[in-house]
Design a protein around this ligand. Structure first.
Ligand code: NAD
Ligand code: UGA
Length: 466
């Protein structure tokens, strides 16, 4: 089965959509069908106006426009797509469990199991199953167990092929990844399956960048790669507090640390705290796995990354409150940015949500502007916390579609996302429209603090005493 011509991907989300679009673009000889239970999502992927596709990623709509209808298809007919495909990617969500054993830490594998059972029910011939979702180490054995009992003699090979793309740069990451990781069984059949997937990627990725390992190493590498990345952010963020006390400057410290080639300059940008759907969930899962093997010290070590991140978000909100004379009751605070990072419309676990929640406790009036996030998403994010009634979130938060309007009459502006466009705003105009003293709390160290001070703003940057 080395020459793959038909691929199906279950899950048309932030990973399934972009990854399959790139495979379709790079492999015009392969028919790629992306399926999802969510009819609205599939309808949006099929929208004749490609600017309405459900995932915003620079460069994605162009690729979808090129490949859709040629060899890239989006459908809700999961069964037909499974039946037809030689290789099936599972790219469904694996969120933190919100109930029962492992609540708040373990990954909820309900959707993975549903996929495996559906494949078992529908498949009539041999298939290669590819874990694209991020999964706890040893999940492949559970999938295999379910698939072995189809009763019709079909053979399945399970591969682990975790995705390392970051949102906002997904298309570049998929086009030229640092590496592609493929884990498979050491049996001849397992190695054949690995080779089949290597051959797909080899259409555009140099062979030396395609790493092959056993299944368990591949599954574990994904969780731990995310843990390492998040740990760097928490490490630098832990130093911001020390910088604020000592008049050291975090950008200077980060540069000095990062120019050591053993450490490297990337992922040392101080911030209001990391967000996104994966860092927190994957570390919590790692902590849970370590605990389940009785490795308490290992679990505690990684848990600290989350503790530091929660502290950073709370600290940012508290700094706003403290510098607004210890009360924000009834004061207008404008959030520039709601997404968890720039160049994405994804808001999952964004720091903005938690900072807003904290300020709403203190009865602030929050105005939000984000270039890619609309009002229903902002309210859904706050309501999801279940801290207060949806009506209270609605009355405490206003989502504004014009940034200057959002800032008018505000006591303070908080930068929550590092959107490039914020740098180019007319800050004099913004200053003139605000209450005085006009304050800026820059949670991303995005703006030129000295220039803002010249205009008359009081500025607080992360990790510096100004
Ligand atoms: P997502 O929530 O955006 O998309 C998942 C999709 O799967 C949803 O549209 C859902 O409707 C669909 N789905 C769930 N069960 C299904 C089923 N049984 N049949 C058909 N469709 C089903 O999630 P995502 O951000 O794309 O993440 C998917 C996985 O990839 C997760 O395990 C995540 O950890 C991992 N990952 C995410 C990123 C990222 O940047 N978002 C990067 C690397 C890895
Ligand atoms: C991250 C990883 O970078 C990807 O390799 C991985 O595939 C993905 O998680 C996943 O498994 O979901 P992503 O969350 O999309 O990607 O974005 P990142 O660029 O990693 O940023 C995560 C968060 O950390 C953002 O809130 C970002 O603002 C913050 N961050 C990042 C910092 O605060 N400082 C930094 O120096 C870097």
């Amino acid at each position: 089965m080395n020459n793959i011509t038909k691929i199906c991907c279950i899950g048309a989300g932030y990973v399934g959509g972009p990854t399959m679009a790139v495979i379709a673009k790079k492999c015009p000889h392969i028919k790629v069908t992306v399926v999802d239970l969510n009819e609205q999502r599939i309808a949006a992927w099929n929208d004749p106006d490609v600017s309405n596709i459900p995932v915003y990623e620079p460069g994605l709509s162009e690729v979808v426009a090129e490949a859709r209808g040629r060899n890239l298809f989006f459908s809700t007919d999961v069964e037909s797509a499974i039946d037809e495909a030689e290789m099936i990617f599972i790219s469904v969500n694996t969120p933190t469990k919100t109930y029962g054993a492992g609540k708040g830490q373990a990954a909820d594998l309900k959707w993975i199991e549903l996929c495996a059972r559906q494949i078992a029910r529908v498949a009539k011939d041999n298939k290669i199953i590819v874990e694209k979702s991020t999964l706890p180490v040893r999940t492949a054995s559970a999938i295999k167990d379910i698939l072995q009992h189809t009763g019709n003699g079909s053979q399945f090979q399970i591969l682990s092929n975790p995705e390392f793309l970051a949102e906002g740069t997904a298309m570049e990451d998929l086009d030229a990844p640092d590496r592609v990781l493929i884990g498979g069984d050491s049996t001849a059949e397992g190695q054949n399956a690995v080779q089949a997937l290597v051959d797909v990627y080899a259409n555009w990725i140099p062979r030396e960048r395609i790493l092959t390992t056993n299944v368990w190493s591949s599954e574990l590498s994904k969780l731990t790669a995310n843990a390492f990345l998040a740990q760097r952010v928490s490490s630098i963020n832990s130093l911001t507090e020390l910088c604020e006390k000592t008049e050291a400057n975090i950008s200077e410290v980060a540069k000095a640390i990062g120019t050591d080639s053993r450490i490297g300059p990337k992922f040392l940008k101080a911030s209001v705290g990391f967000g996104g759907s994966c860092f927190q969930k994957d570390i919590l899962n790692l902590v849970y796995i370590a605990k389940s093997y009785g490795l308490d010290e290992v679990a505690d070590y990684w848990e600290q990354v989350i503790i530091m991140n929660d502290h950073q978000k709370r600290r940012f909100a508290n700094r706003i409150i403290k510098n607004l004379y210890n009360t924000v009751n009834g004061k207008k605070i404008t959030f520039l940015g709601w997404a968890f990072k720039k160049d994405t419309n994804d808001t999952r676990e964004a720091a903005s949500i938690y900072v807003a929640d904290h300020l709403l406790h203190e009865q602030a009036d929050i105005a939000v502007f984000d270039p890619k996030v609309q009002a229903p998403q902002v309210y859904a994010d706050l309501d999801y916390l279940r801290t207060r009634e949806p009506a209270e979130n609605k009355s405490g938060v206003t989502v504004v579609t014009d940034p200057y309007e959002a800032c008018k009459g505000a006591h303070a502006i908080a930068i929550l996302t590092e959107w490039d466009e914020f740098k180019g705003y007319d800050w004099q105009k913004i200053y003139d429209s605000m209450l005085k003293p006009a304050k800026v709390f820059d949670g991303r160290n995005l703006l030129d603090a000295a220039k803002l001070q010249e205009i008359g703003f009081q500025v607080w940057s992360i990790g510096s005493s100004i």
